[in-house]
Design a protein around this ligand. Structure first.
Ligand SMILES: [Zn+2]
Ligand SMILES: [Zn+2]
Length: 763
C-alpha cells in the first residue's frame, strides 16, 4: 500500500476535472481527496501500487475533453488509512493564479435535454453542465466558483442543488447550472412597449425575424444583430444601420447539412465548426450558391458558424423550416466594440440598431466577439480573429516569465500579460480608432490583471508614437515608474511565432514579416520585411523598395492613390488608359501630383500589403476599399489557379525593386492579358521572391536556420500555400503561427517575449 500526491496545472477548473478524478479514484477503490486551489488541482490517493498506477494512467491519457494539463507533478507519500475519497472545498491563496476556461459550446447531452419534452430543462435556454456553457464571459474573479461569477444572483433551487452536489452527476460543481425555476430568463422588448417574458419572448422574437425584421439577440459575449440571410430587404437595411458598406456578414446555419447546401465543408472544416469553441469558419462557396451576394460582396467564401448556445438551438427550432440561415453580426456601429450590457444607454443603442431586443438577465462580465478561423491547404487551423472559445487560453512558454504588460498594436489589437510559464493573450479588442474601443481596452486590461493576478513589472509597447496603445503605455509608465520597452512591430510579429513554436532563443531565424503597416526604426512605414533575428536582436536584411503613401489613411481607403504613387515612384507615367487614372477625379489627380512632386503629407512605405492594394487597383479590381485588406482579398480571389508563370523581382543590395514587376504588369495589361492571369503571375512572383531571399540569407549565414512567416498578408492562401511548399521543397524548416493569428493579433505576445528577454538582461 502506498500514497501519492499530485499537483496539476493547466485548464483544470470549470471543465469537470474534479468529478473525473473522483470517479476514477472510486473506480480503482482508492481513498484520499481532491481539491481546487488557485494554482491548480491537488490530489492525494492511497491504495495498492497497481491501482495507483492505473489511476495515474487514466489521469494522463483520458482527462475530460475540455481540460488541458500543462504540468503534472507527483511524489510518493506515506500510506494513510483513509475511509473514503473526498472532494474538499477550494483553497484560495491570494498570490496563486490559474488559467480560466474559455466559453464552451453546448454539449450533446444538454442539447438532447432541451429538445426532450419529458426533461425538466425542455426548451430552457440557459441549460449547461460541467462540459459546456459560459465560463470566461461570466467570471468576475478566481477561483472559479459560483459567487465569483454573474450567476451569483441566481440561488439554486433544490433540484439543481442535488445535481450540483452529486459527484456522479454531469452537473457536479457546474458553476452556471440553472433551470427554469431558479435560473436566468428571457425578455423581449419592442420599441416603447413593456417586456414579454420566457417562452413568449422567444416566440415573439422568432415571429419578427420571420417578418423580415432585425433582432438584437443577447448571446455569450454580447448582442448579435440577426436577420433572415435570404431576405434582401433586411440585409440592405442592416448594412445601412451598421454603416458597413461591403464588409462580409457572418452567418449561423441550423446545422452542417444546411451549410453544405451553400458551401464546401471538408472533414477538417466540419470538425472545426463542431469544436467546443464553435468559431466562425470561412468556407468556399459552392457553384450556384443562393445566399445573396449582399451578405459578402465579391467574396468567394462565406463565414459560417453553427448554434453554440441553447438559445440559438431553440431559435432555429422555431424558425425552421422557413428560415435555416441567419445573418449573425455583432451589434455595434462599424468598428465600435460589441454592445453587451443592459443599461439604459445600451438599450438605446440596440433600439437604434434593431427592431426588437431578445435579452436575458444573466450579466455578461466580459464582452467577447465570435472567433473567426479557416482551415488552410495543409489541413491546419488558421486563427483570424481569436476571441470567444479560444481566449483566455494562455500560451505555454518554456521559461519563467517576468510579469509583463504588452500593450499591443493599433489595429486588431490584443494585449498580453505574462506570469510564470504563461502568456495570457487577450481576446480580440479591435481597432483602436475610437474612444469606445480605447475605453474597452483599458477595462479589459484591468479585468485580466485581476483574474490572472498579474502585477506588471515591465510595460512593452509598439515603436509607433501615435498609437493609442503606445500613448496608454507611456502614461502608465509615467504614473507607475515601471520601465517602458518599445518594440519594433515586425520583430514582434516574428518573435511571436518563434515563441509559439518554442524556438525564441539564441538561434537565429529568417522572418518574412509581410503586413499593412508597422513603424520602422527609420521612421518610415515598414511592411515588406525580411528580418534575421533571435531573442537578442533583429537585423533588417531585405525590404521592399520604398514608395510614397500620399495622405496616409486616405491612401489606404483609396487603392488608386497607392497605385498612382507606386507608378510615380518607379518612373511610370499616368496614362489615361490605366484603371487607377480613370478612377481618380481630375481635381484629386492634380492635387496628388503636386503632393507627390513636393512629398507633402507623404509617408514612405515598404509595405507588402500596400503593394497588393496598388496592384489590385492597377488591374481595375478594387479602387475604393471599405475595410482593411479588401483590395488584396479581391486580387487573390480573381487569380487563375491554372497559371504557373511569374513576374521576377530584382534585388539590389537590401532592396527588393518593384520597377520590373510593374513594367511587366503594364505590358501584359496593354496586350490584353486577363487580370486573372496577371494576378496569378504577381502572386507567383512574390512566392519566388520569398525563396530567393531565403536562399540568399541561408548562403550568407551558412546555416539552415528556421524560416518564420507572420503578418496579415499571409492570410492570402495562394501566397501562404505557395511559399510554404516552395520553401519546404528547398529544405527550409518553416515555422507558422498555430494558436495566434498571422495578423496583428499576435503582436502583443511578440512584444511580451522580447521585453522579457530585455528585462532579464537588465538584471
Ligand atoms: Zn452540457
Ligand atoms: Zn434550478
Amino acid at each position: 500500500m502506498l500514497g501519492r500526491h499530485y499537483q496539476i496545472t493547466g485548464i483544470v477548473q470549470g471543465v469537470g476535472f474534479r468529478p473525473f478524478v473522483y470517479q476514477t479514484a472510486i473506480k480503482y477503490h482508492l481513498k484520499g481527496d481532491v481539491c481546487n486551489s488557485a494554482n491548480g488541482v491537488i490530489i492525494n490517493v492511497f491504495g495498492p501500487q497497481g491501482s495507483i498506477d492505473s489511476f495515474h494512467e487514466i489521469l494522463q491519457t483520458a482527462p475530460p475533453p475540455r481540460a488541458r494539463i500543462d504540468h503534472l507533478s507527483f511524489f510518493e507519500v506515506p500510506f494513510q488509512n483513509e475511509k473514503e475519497f473526498r472532494i474538499l472545498p477550494s483553497q484560495n491563496i491570494e498570490t496563486d493564479f490559474l488559467p480560466v476556461s474559455p466559453d464552451i459550446c453546448i454539449c450533446e447531452a444538454c442539447r438532447n435535454e432541451i429538445l426532450d419534452f419529458n426533461n425538466r430543462r425542455f426548451h430552457y435556454p440557459f441549460t449547461n453542465c460541467t462540459n459546456c456553457g459560459p465560463r470566461f464571459s461570466i467570471i468576475e474573479r478566481i477561483p472559479y466558483d459560483r459567487p465569483n461569477t454573474s450567476m451569483k444572483r441566481f440561488p439554486m433551487c433544490s433540484s439543481c442543488t442535488v445535481e450540483y452536489e452529486n459527484p456522479l452527476d454531469r452537473r457536479f460543481h457546474a458553476q452556471p447550472v440553472a433551470c427554469r425555476d431558479c435560473g436566468p430568463q428571457l425578455t423581449y422588448f419592442r420599441n416603447g412597449s413593456d417586456g414579454i417574458f420566457g417562452d413568449h419572448a422567444l416566440i415573439a422574437a422568432t415571429e419578427s425575424i420571420k417578418d423580415g425584421e432585425i433582432m438584437a439577440i443577447k448571446g455569450i459575449g454580447g448582442f448579435h444583430l440577426a436577420c433572415d440571410a435570404m431576405n434582401e430587404t433586411a440585409l440592405k437595411r442592416l448594412r445601412g444601420i451598421k454603416h458597413r458598406s461591403n464588409k462580409p456578414f457572418a452567418l449561423m446555419a441550423k446545422d452542417i447539412p444546411t451549410i453544405q447546401k451553400y458551401c464546401m465543408v471538408n472533414p477538417d472544416e466540419r470538425a472545426l465548426l463542431q469544436s467546443a469553441a464553435a468559431p466562425i469558419v470561412l468556407l468556399k462557396k459552392k457553384v450556384g450558391c443562393i445566399i445573396p451576394e449582399s451578405v459578402a460582396p465579391t467574396q468567394n467564401e462565406l463565414g459560417f458558424m453553427i448554434p453554440y448556445t441553447p438559445l440559438h438551438i431553440l431559435l432555429f427550432e422555431m424558425l425552421s423550416p422557413e428560415i435555416e440561415v441567419l445573418v449573425m453580426t455583432s451589434a455595434n456601429y462599424s468598428e465600435e466594440p460589441i454592445v453587451f450590457g443592459d443599461s439604459e444607454k445600451d438599450r438605446t443603442i440596440l433600439a437604434q440598431l434593431s427592431d426588437g431586443i431578445l435579452t436575458h438577465n444573466r450579466q455578461i462580465v466580459t464582452r467577447i466577439d465570435d472567433s473567426v478561423t479557416r482551415i488552410d491547404q495543409d489541413h491546419q487551423r488558421i486563427m483570424i480573429r481569436r476571441a470567444r472559445g479560444y481566449a483566455p487560453d494562455p500560451i505555454l512558454v518554456q521559461r519563467q516569465m517576468n510579469q509583463i504588460l504588452a500593450a499591443g498594436p493599433e489595429l486588431k489589437n490584443t494585449f498580453c500579460l505574462t506570469r510564470g510559464n504563461y502568456a495570457f493573450i487577450s481576446h480580440h479588442i479591435g481597432d483602436m480608432e475610437n474612444a469606445e474601443t480605447f475605453q474597452a481596452y483599458q477595462e479589459e486590461i484591468a479585468h485580466y490583471k485581476t483574474i490572472f493576478r498579474v502585477t506588471p513589472e515591465v510595460i512593452a509597447c509598439d515603436l509607433h508614437p501615435n498609437y493609442l496603445s503606445t500613448i496608454y503605455a507611456e502614461k502608465l509608465s509615467e504614473e507607475t515608474g515601471l520601465p517602458l520597452i518599445r518594440i519594433q512591430h515586425h520583430y514582434a510579429h516574428i518573435a511571436s511565432v518563434l515563441a509559439e513554436n518554442h524556438r525564441f532563443n539564441a538561434e537565429s531565424a529568417i522572418g518574412l514579416a509581410f503586413d499593412g503597416t508597422g513603424y520602422g526604426t527609420d521612421g518610415f512605414i515598414w511592411g515588406g520585411e525580411a528580418l534575421l533575428c533571435n531573442n537578442a536582436s533583429f537585423e533588417r536584411v531585405y525590404h521592399l523598395d520604398n514608395f510614397p503613401l500620399p495622405g496616409g489613411d486616405t491612401a489606404i481607403r483609396k487603392p488608386y492613390r497607392q497605385a498612382l504613387a507606386l507608378l510615380y515612384a518607379n518612373g511610370f507615367s499616368w496614362e489615361d488608359s490605366l484603371f487607377p487614372v480613370s478612377s481618380i477625379p481630375d481635381r484629386e489627380k492634380e492635387l496628388l501630383k503636386t503632393q507627390l512632386d513636393h512629398h507633402l503629407n507623404c509617408v514612405d512605405t515598404s509595405s507588402m500589403g500596400r503593394l497588393f492594394d496598388a496592384i489590385s487597383s492597377l488591374l481595375g479590381i478594387c479602387q475604393e476599399a471599405s475595410y482593411e485588406g479588401q483590395a488584396a482579398i479581391e486580387l487573390e480571389n480573381v487569380a487563375d489557379p491554372d497559371c504557373t508563370e511569374y513576374y521576377p523581382f530584382e534585388i539590389l543590395e537590401d532592396k527588393i525593386l518593384l520597377k520590373s514587376v510593374i513594367g511587366n504588369i503594364l505590358d501584359d495589361l496593354r496586350q490584353g492579358i486577363p487580370k486573372s492571369v496577371i494576378s496569378a503571375k504577381f502572386h507567383h512572383g512574390v512566392i519566388q521572391l520569398c525563396l530567393e531571399i531565403c536562399v540568399r540569407i541561408r548562403e550568407a549565414v551558412n546555416l539552415n536556420i528556421p524560416t518564420v512567416l507572420s503578418g496579415g498578408v499571409w492570410q492570402n492562401q495562394i501566397l501562404l500555400g505557395g511559399v510554404r511548399d516552395l520553401l519546404e521543397k528547398n529544405s527550409f524548416n518553416v515555422l507558422l503561427p498555430r494558436q495566434l493569428p498571422y495578423n496583428d493579433g499576435c503582436v502583443s505576445f511578440g512584444q511580451a517575449v522580447i521585453a522579457n528577454e530585455i528585462k532579464d538582461r537588465m538584471r
